[in-house]
Design a protein around this ligand. Structure first.
Ligand SMILES: NC(=O)c1ccc[n+]([C@@H]2O[C@H](COP(=O)([O-])OP(=O)(O)OC[C@H]3O[C@@H](n4cnc5c(N)ncnc54)[C@H](OP(=O)(O)O)[C@@H]3O)[C@@H](O)[C@H]2O)c1
Length: 415
């Protein structure tokens, strides 16, 4: 992606200068290996493996960071800001874990930090919150924000593939890393939700505050049952304002088929925002990839160059309200879907129903699905009305322990 940024800066200079009102000059490129062959022709004299050559050069006004990972990039960005440089970064890990501190330091040093590329690749999200939607109180943000898992879930749904096969397909198509843990485990979506939540409400939402569940517990049959009930299964990142607190969670969920998030195809991303003035807004597009991400990075750079030239900040500084925290998942009210494998004999439904009743969980639908005659077992599919998540979890644990129940094979929240 760094190559795409350099390419646009080197081959589109006239257009960029016209839009920025000032020439954007690539002064140095920090890499690990200066001898490595590169996709884009970059003058050898621009390349360096020594960060000090950028960070300690007073003639460099803006540091663009597209390397990724926590350290050493967090320290580099902090050093750049402390010495009065503006920053453009695509780094979700740094912005999710340390964004509020870096933004506060930037406000103190009177410089800007732009990070459009850190969430949703080329989709204009951060600028939407910071400029177009700034007259609103943001009420909720719901998103399909990880393209890899959306692609994997799409393949599992279409072909009833097991997770491992769908991940291998995503790797072959270039949508998944060799180690897919960050995506499949929901970590990547959690970083992005932390950033979105922090800027939507101007509070500090840390990745560790967010409830996280990956897509690894879902089986192919769940897609069939979900479809029959009128749902798709998506990895959803959701945050919502409540009096004095916010909800923030990442987990797979059943989404009604007519909801826009159910219709996000392939590796695309979509973010559904609700503001008190604007109502509902949907932003959709390519959430990753070298070219879309470079679009966001260079767009930030143009905006920043324009504001440096004018001597005014075009976007407001952040201030974070530390009185507002994240609601523990157990208190979040949600609906749920259970797939239960149990012995096919009288009394089972009554036993399961009694646990729900004792936990105060009201059942919305109850269907007996596939039966295994030889084993004398059947599958029960149950959906509930909205209930505190802790009650839904207690019911899940207690049902799994009932004598005729073999397993609670799946548990999904219903969005
Ligand atoms: N690509 C995307 O779709 C996308 C989308 C959103 C955000 N991002 C963010 O951008 C990051 C990089 O994306 P990518 O994988 O596309 O990049 P990439 O092509 O691997 O490029 C990263 C560049 O940074 C340099 N670099 C990495 N660590 C360094 C270090 N410690 N010191 C000096 N130079 C270092 C690399 O140098 P060498 O070339 O010498 O190895 C390389 O030129 C990701 O980790 C993510 O945080 C990417």
């Amino acid at each position: 992606m760094g190559s795409r940024v350099a390419e646009r800066m080197l081959t589109w200079q006239t257009q960029l200068a016209r839009r920025a009102g000032v020439e954007l000059c690539l002064r140095r490129v920090l890499v690990r290996d200066v001898g490595k062959p590169r996709m884009v022709e970059i003058g050898r004299e621009l390349l360096t493996a020594d960060a000090a050559q950028l960070l300690d050069d007073p003639s460099i006004q803006v540091v663009v960071e597209v390397a990724g990972g926590d350290e050493p990039m967090r320290s580099y960005l902090e050093r750049a800001i402390a010495s009065g440089k503006h920053v453009v970064t695509a780094n979700k890990v740094v912005m999710a874990n340390h964004g509020p501190e870096l933004l506060s330091l930037a406000a103190e040093k009177n410089v800007d930090v732009y990070f459009e590329a850190a969430v949703g690749g080329g989709i204009p999200l951060i600028s939407a919150f910071r400029t177009d939607l700034q007259a609103n109180r943001i009420e909720r943000v719901s998103a399909v924000i990880n393209g890899t898992t959306n692609y994997v879930l799409g393949r599992m749904a279409a072909e009833e593939l097991p997770l491992e096969s769908a991940v291998r397909e995503a790797q072959a198509a270039g949508y998944a890393e060799a180690d897919p843990t960050d995506d499949v485990g929901g970590f990547d979506a959690t970083y992005k939700l932390a950033i979105l939540g922090s800027i939507a409400y101007e509070i500090r939402v840390r990745p560790s505050d967010i409830y996280r569940e990956g897509i690894d517990g879902i089986e192919p049959v769940d897609f069939r049952y979900a479809r029959e009930l009128g749902y798709a299964i998506k990895l959803i990142a959701h945050t919502q304002r409540h009096p004095g607190r916010v909800e923030a969670r990442v987990h797979p969920a059943m989404v009604p088929l007519d909801h826009p998030l159910a219709q996000v195809e392939g590796a695309n991303n979509a973010v559904f925002v609700e503001g008190d003035l604007v109502g509902q807004v949907l932003l959709v597009g390519q959430g990753a990839g070298g070219r879309p991400t470079a679009s966001a990075v260079v767009g930030d750079l143009i905006d920043l160059a324009r504001s440096i030239r004018r001597g005014v900040q075009s976007r407001p500084s952040f201030s974070f309200d530390d009185r507002v925290g994240v609601i523990p998942m157990g208190e979040v009210v949600t609906r749920a879907y259970y797939r239960i494998r149990a012995e096919d004999r009288p009394g089972v439904l009554a036993a399961v129903g009694q646990v729900f009743a004792e936990e105060g969980v009201s059942i919305s639908s109850f269907i007996q699905k596939d039966a295994w005659v030889e084993e004398k077992t059947a599958e029960l599919v149950i959906t509930t009305h909205p209930t505190a998540d802790s009650r839904l979890q207690r019911a899940r644990e207690r049902i799994a322990q009932l004598e005729p129940v073999r397993a609670v094979s799946s548990f999904l929240r219903v969005f």
